[in-house]
Design a protein. Structure first.
Length: 246
């Protein structure tokens, strides 16, 4: 398991770090029936200010050149996802929930999704994280993401040959460059940066999310995310009104 040390975080984020650490574990630990989810996280309030830590909004990069992001850089709501390709609950979110959010919010210009590689399950997690970044350098991150999270994909492992096969499935055009980038310094640094950010926020398991500064953990029901996104969009809209914040 990865042992990256947490980055230092400002005191204003400390409460959110504790919250995310607690709900991250609770929300993603296996339930008796094998389902994911904790009522503590599912109880996202429709109140736009409830559970929101404004300091955490700054974690959104909003970089138009970010190849591991979907949606407009100036979208009113940013969902940051900290995930591991070996995480079953992350795969559930990727297959069942994320496509709905993309169609309903990303395609409408309301939501931006920013991916953060957060490998916590050992060497293969680190390798596939780097490979996803490498695929992104050729504009195929989300295709690689879909292939790596397909039903039964993680059971096949993420060895070198398997990563090459996933890149081919994702339509990565230059296999030699993909292999070189996967093992390169830039990929390692990009993954380390994402990973340290997640640890700094107190995330202890995957997936963990921030929605405009609101921590959410686990493959929660769709309604948990739609409620958080719509509340955040409402806040962003209100902030744009003349005289807001005066």
């Amino acid at each position: 398991m990865s042992k990256s040390k947490p980055i230092m975080i400002v005191s204003g984020v400390a409460a959110a770090a504790v919250l995310l650490g607690v709900v991250s574990y609770t929300a993603t630990k296996p339930a008796a029936d094998g389902a994911a989810g904790s009522s503590a996280v599912a109880e996202v309030s429709a109140d736009p200010s409830a559970g929101v830590y404004p300091e955490l909004e700054a974690y959104a990069r909003r970089d138009a050149s970010d190849k591991l992001a979907l949606g407009r850089a100036d979208a009113p709501v940013v969902l940051i996802e900290y995930a591991d390709f070996k995480c079953g609950y992350c795969g559930k979110f990727a297959r069942d929930t994320e496509p709905v959010l993309v169609k309903k919010y990303v395609d409408e210009g309301v939501l931006r999704i920013e991916w953060r590689n957060f490998p916590i399950f050992g060497e293969e997690s680190e390798a596939v994280a780097r490979a996803s970044w490498a695929a992104g350098q050729q504009g195929r991150f989300w295709e690689f993401h879909k292939a790596a999270y397909a039903e039964g994909a993680k059971e096949k492992g993420f060895g070198k040959d398997r990563l090459a096969a996933l890149a081919k499935e994702a339509g990565v055009p230059d296999a030699a460059r993909f292999a070189k980038d996967t093992d390169g310094t830039a990929a390692r640094e990009a993954v380390r940066k994402d990973q340290e950010q997640g640890y700094g926020l107190g995330a202890t398991s995957t997936p963990s999310f921030l929605v405009n500064g609101r921590p959410i953990a686990g493959a929660q029901p769709l309604e948990t995310f739609t409620e958080a996104i719509e509340a955040a969009a409402k806040t962003a809209k209100a902030a744009k009104k003349p005289g807001a914040g005066q």
